[in-house]
Design a protein around this ligand. Structure first.
Ligand SMILES: [Zn+2]
Length: 538
């Protein structure tokens, strides 16, 4: 788009205009591109124009509807933004309506002549969880009425040993979404911080030798593809340095529906520039992110992590108990990173027919937990997976939702604010079709078709515009709850029939608030008349 604008400005000069597409800022890339310059891709420009017009129609036509309905003219709706808001609000609703279930984790502490170890009770296939009454039934078979040490002799026999080899392949190189997610998880960086640092690595640094060079390829991409040039560099480097870990080619990511054509994953420009060497001229945070990108790229060419998994199955009184062990080999990609411990053999040396005696029942009361809120990283991954939005706008979309105070972040989790939920409820009542996953996906597909030079820009815009106008005319299907200052006299349970009823007053419904400390507070819609308040699901 920028190139197109520049070209328009320069038109009419006495020179020919070329377009160079640089995936990285390096001498070799520049020379290659100068060797075969191309021109502006008018189909791509057309598709981008259509995208912008459609996004403007969405914003200009729907935002005023929000102002009218919710009496706030700072509110806004956006095609991608509103879909993401919907996901976050949906999760909030799932957390609100979640009913915890109690269950038990039961283990037997046993001993053979040499060792003591713990066996897990094996749940019958048709059961999802072990309920307290069923666990007590198991104990009863052995003459125990409660958990704890056994005073009489009972034993279990080893019946089978299941053994299988496992293979974990290294993940493909980074795309924008996986880089943001991993940097957040491993380095504690926010998405915007990650992108800022990645941008500086892309733009380039002055190395110790005084040369100026880019360190990584373009950081906004939904592809994990590795070009043949980069592949050869990686194979060369690995052959010299880690020959025993080398596999033929990189792990390939799943082909994304919407991956933008010739893009590559986020790769180091020169694998021979090791993180240790780069530390010499990078700031500490830059060095950490470079190391992450560099290792992930090289790992993708390495052997899978392999090993053996063993499951020892003991039989008691018609029920089974299991001991699992995992033994890893150090010839896989994980052995390359010193901080990744390999799974070790428990070394019990057990044989079929071995008897073990039960020393103690270990019992733990457990509760199922509500779904977890999205993090910036996981929501961006969902955007990439579903094709909603573009790598260049992931971070911006979340920033806009935060700026509008529709969502907020606490302890790295994203929660919907009451305002965000109101906006979302209104959008769903009137424009549900436009903020659905499948509609957004189809729209991206149509825009991709335009970018390939097929389809018609105007008819796509026209049909979208007509759809928006039609939905605007139709009456909303649901009445919006007027929650401000108790204007509404309709009982809460009628407004939100799907919401869980308050167990205390049985009139209100359960509401949630996501606290600044990252905890969910459950309370009643009749607050302060009903004082139900809990940090646990009710
Ligand atoms: Zn209540």
């Amino acid at each position: 788009m920028i190139a197109k604008h520049i070209a328009d400005e320069l038109k009419g000069g006495k020179f020919h205009l070329y377009r160079l597409r640089l995936k990285e800022i390096s001498k070799s890339e520049l020379l290659t591109e100068i060797g075969s310059p191309s021109s502006i891709d008018s189909f791509l420009v057309e598709s981008q124009v259509a995208r912008r017009v459609i996004d403007r129609i969405f914003g200009f036509e729907i935002s005023p509807e929000l102002w009218k309905a919710l009496k706030g003219n700072s509110l806004s709706a956006g095609r991608v933004q509103s879909t993401v808001l919907r996901w976050i609000c949906q999760r909030e609703e799932e957390i609100r309506n979640f009913t915890p279930e109690n269950y038990v984790s039961l283990k037997a502490l046993v001993s053979d002549s040499k060792d003591e170890f713990l066996l897990d009770y094996v749940l019958p296939e048709e059961k999802e969880r072990l309920l307290e009454k069923d666990a007590l039934e198991v104990l009863k078979k052995y003459g125990s009425s409660k958990p704890g040490p056994l005073s009489h002799k009972e034993s279990l026999v080893l019946k089978f040993i299941e053994e299988k080899e496992y293979k974990n392949f290294p993940p493909p190189p980074f795309s924008t979404a996986s880089l943001q997610e991993t940097a957040s998880r491993v380095l504690g960086m926010s998405s915007s911080q990650t992108m800022k640092i990645a941008q500086s690595l892309f733009e380039g640094k002055k190395t110790k030798k005084g040369e100026y060079t880019g360190l990584i390829t373009y950081m906004r991409t939904d592809s994990t593809h590795v070009s043949s040039g980069k592949k050869n560099l990686a194979l060369g480097f690995l052959k010299e340095n880690f020959p025993s870990l080398l596999r033929g080619g990189p792990t390939k990511g799943k082909t994304k529906l919407h991956a933008q054509g010739a893009h590559e994953g986020i790769l180091p420009i020169n694998p021979y520039l090791t993180p240790d060497e780069a530390k010499g001229f990078l700031k500490p945070e830059e060095a950490k992110l470079y190391e992450l990108i560099w290792s992930r790229f090289l790992e993708s060419f390495m052997n899978p992590e392999t090993g053996t998994e063993r499951n020892y199955i003991f039989e008691g009184k018609k029920e089974s108990w299991s001991l699992k062990e995992k033994e890893g080999k150090s010839t896989g990609y994980k052995g390359f990173r010193k901080n990744e411990p390999l799974p070790k053999d428990n070394g019990n040396g057990l044989k079929i027919g071995d008897n073990v005696s039960i020393l103690e029942w270990q019992w733990e009361d457990k509760k199922t937990s509500p779904p977890v809120r999205y993090t910036e990283g996981s929501i961006v991954q969902k955007m990439e997976k579903t094709g909603v939005g573009r790598p260049s706008t992931y971070t911006q979309t979340i920033a806009t939702l935060q700026k509008r105070k529709y969502i907020y972040e606490a302890k790295k989790k994203l929660g919907a604010s009451p305002l965000g939920e109101k906006v979302n409820a209104f959008l769903i009542s009137s424009f549900e079709e436009l903020i659905g996953e499948s509609f957004t996906k189809d729209m991206e597909k149509s825009l991709d078709v335009l970018a390939k030079g097929e389809g018609n820009k105007l008819s796509l815009i026209d049909s979208f515009y007509k759809k928006v106008l039609k939905l605007k005319k139709e009456k909303p299907k649901n009445i919006l709850p007027k929650t401000e200052k108790g204007i509404s006299k309709i009982p809460d349970t009628m407004q939100h029939p799907s919401r869980k009823k308050c167990p205390k007053c049985s009139d209100g419904t359960i509401l949630t608030k996501f606290s600044k400390k990252g905890k969910t507070i459950y309370f009643c819609s009749n607050y302060p008349h009903c004082d139900l308040l809990s940090y646990e699901p009710v």
